[in-house]
Design a protein around this ligand. Sequence first.
Ligand code: NCD
Length: 313
Amino acid sequence: MRHLLSAADLSRGDAVLILDTAAELASVTDRSIKKLPTLRGRTVVNLFFEDSTRTRISFELAAKRLSADVINFAAKGSSVSKGESLKDTALTLEAMGADAVVIRHGASGAPHRLATSDWIQGSVINAGDGTHEHPTQALLDAFTLRHHLRDGSGDLAGLRVAIVGDILHSRVARSNVLLLQTLGADVTLVAPPTLMPLGVESWPCRFSYRIDEVLPDVDAVMMLRVQAERMQDAYFPSALEYSRLFGLDAARMAHLPEHAIVMHPGPMNRGMEISADVADSPRAVMVEQVANGVSVRMAVLYLLLGGRQEETS
Ligand code: NCD
């Protein structure tokens, strides 16, 4: 595989290989010197046209732990704000010898455009495109689920996961549904009808408009942020009503089975989709999700770029 564009491109074998590799690489993080020489001399460019905290830092750290050179390119403050196109930006990166381009873009399909062009020769990794996909987030979520609810190996057969909130605008939800289904888990999407994507009936999962009916029967619940920046219309009457009907607070969390975990890809809107006491509770694994993100992205970079190491040696 040369690129990672969609969770749908991953077979069960591919996904398990990435998760197993991530588990091995996670041990690097426990050492006093957190570095492997694997990608020495390779260049990874972080090309971010949209805001990001976790994903950008996580890719940067992952590439650095594998000894790659890292260039962080944020559209704000670059020639993109002078009107430079994706093509000219890509040609510039190619001229500078980028081996991998990690791209986040507001337009769904931008990473595919880059990967199918002849603008760049290196690997393209989708770090979130519009409302479409975010495959490395799905991988880190699968890694976290496997660690907590399985014995840390194999797939996720039979695991029950609810994904709750603004599904309509969520690339995290789409990538998770695709990957979790590949790994054998059973996913239920929960949202108000206005925030459920059109054609959800054809997605490989169940869906419900009532969170309280779903929570007692899941092993994990993944809460999603209401993405106000992607909303031109009013999708629900008020924030208060939304949090009352779809937010996870302590009273609702009590209906989860005892072993179930609470996840959130971040950034969280405390008080909206998740209450502060739930976010800070021991059942919430958000901090672990972030840590696992580094290991999973190390694995992706290692598997996409490491195999071509011999060409340079
Ligand atoms: C998400 C994203 O950007 O898609 N965050 C992330 O990458 N961890 C979700 C969001 O913005 O709500």
